[in-house]
Design a protein around this ligand. Sequence first.
Ligand SMILES: [Zn+2]
Length: 231
Amino acid sequence: MHKRTALVLIDIQNDFITGSLGSPRAPAILPKVYQLLDNHEWPFIAASQDWHPEGHVSFASAHPGLEPGDAVNVTFLDSPLKTETQGVYADHCIPGTWGAEIEDGVKTRLQYLEGYRTPVNYIKKAQNHSVDSYSAFADNQYHQFTTLNTELTVHGIETIIVTGLITNACVRGTSIDGIKLGYEVVLIEDATESISEEIKQAAIQELEGWGKCQTQQQETRLLTLRRGSGV
Ligand SMILES: [Zn+2]
């Protein structure tokens, strides 16, 4: 059992693998994520899902004239004088669709582990029509927080092992918020992917620049965890 260490699975949903925002690189993380679920005992697991209403602010289809890859200026909900740039994408992760579901192999394993009393916190994020949410802790404007920080605190978690999709967006946002909230963040490099190696490595470099985020290949990390005390 990895004491005080939680496994965090970011947006391992069909739409980010082979669906509307899929990438040929994404499926490669699945065997690594399965290993993390099969070969370890975690006191707590969090699994986030992008969970957008139809016409969400991040959908290009909600902005006449815009195409996926464009951006739009969005006004902050609680500070009308502040704006942020919101990238827009193809429609994705709409509740009730196949694309919003967690990938089958991961979903099955989570259900199995829950059956053996591993607590799993499913976080449905970016449900607010007007604000996107990359981080599993909070939306992009810190207008609203999810239950993740509270759940981690309740379970005595000090270190989060971050995996999932995609490295430069939701994995990045979750890792940065984890650091800000005082967690040790360990990003498993071969259990996260982006649309290109360059973009992935740039995100990893940025995260390592925060100083409290390590990046490790899974095998290396496993050895480190086994050597460490309390594991
Ligand atoms: Zn989204």
